[in-house]
Design a protein around this ligand. Sequence first.
Ligand SMILES: NC(=O)c1ccc[n+]([C@@H]2O[C@H](COP(=O)([O-])OP(=O)(O)OC[C@H]3O[C@@H](n4cnc5c(N)ncnc54)[C@H](OP(=O)(O)O)[C@@H]3O)[C@@H](O)[C@H]2O)c1
Length: 322
Amino acid sequence: MKAVVFDKLGGPEVLRLADIPKPEVKPGTVVIRVRAAGINFADTLFRQGQYLIQPQLPDVPGVEGAGEIEAAGAGVSNLKPGQRVAFIGNKAYAEFALAPAAQVIPLPDSMSFEHGAAFPIQVLTAWHMLHTCHNTAPGQTVLVHSAAGGVGIVAVQIAKAAGAKVIGTVSSDSKAALVKEYGGDDVINYATKDFAEEANRLTGGRGVDLILDAVGATTLEKGIGCLAPFGHTILYGRAGGPPEPLNLFQLFPRSAMASAFTLNTVATLPDLMRRGIEEALRLVMHGKVKLIIGKSYPLAEAADAHRFMESRQSTGKLVLNA
Ligand SMILES: NC(=O)c1ccc[n+]([C@@H]2O[C@H](COP(=O)([O-])OP(=O)(O)OC[C@H]3O[C@@H](n4cnc5c(N)ncnc54)[C@H](OP(=O)(O)O)[C@@H]3O)[C@@H](O)[C@H]2O)c1
């Protein structure tokens, strides 16, 4: 089968299309004929050896996608060959991928493979931060960093659906327009304005109740300066580099809370995983969350897709068609 392989760590140029053996089905798993693989910022870190999980070279990136089940392993009774699904797995930049049955999501007939590939990681990450880590509710203000990105534009919509006011931060005016189009109440272009000062101004000095922060180095500490009393900041990524160690005394003045989130934790809790899938899929099916495919590429152009994501110009979800 065709797959995107890298033999050494490095820039996007290390990604190349190659022929490798198809994965074999194992008990409790399914093999999926991948039609669309989702691209995540984490894949660019994985390619450089900077992600939580280290590649086993030669390796294949990709942790999610959508397609049809090719084969179901022993003990898998609820999934059948031919069924359309989305999945969280690994080595997804390929024509076939293996996924644990518990991480396979039957796709509604009306949902395309590209939209299916855009669902698992980004929508579930946004949903769990807003509804598992925090109880987002009407009257609250949520500040979403990287608001035009894959997780960000979904988080804006889920927070709005929960009744919150949403402030997004972005690095360009064109991204700001997109965030407004998808429900952002206010958008701060941090290339021209200090986001914390602006968030305090926009909330009349009260500050925001929740910050979703996957930038890290340049945002975590500064964000604490625009939290409301009992406000909460969630660190869930490090696109801008790992933050400096946080001095908890900085949380005292407003009795604030700082926490962290990774979807990997949810993946160890099947009931919570299922609940998130049901609730988030309902928001998509009711039109409260629209999945944006920013750009799609053929498998052979995975390196270009990574370049585009790292350029900070991408919006919504990038996908590879396999
Ligand atoms: N914890 C989890 O389980 C989990 C799950 C999914 C994603 N994540 C994290 O969430 C973040 C967003 O992921 P995504 O796949 O949806 O990507 P994305 O938001 O579509 O793209 C990354 C965005 O980060 C912003 N950014 C800020 N500083 C940057 C820098 N120095 N270099 C590159 N980009 C920078 C850019 O937006 P602006 O230029 O507009 O700021 C860029 O467009 C990533 O950090 C990812 O690792 C975490």
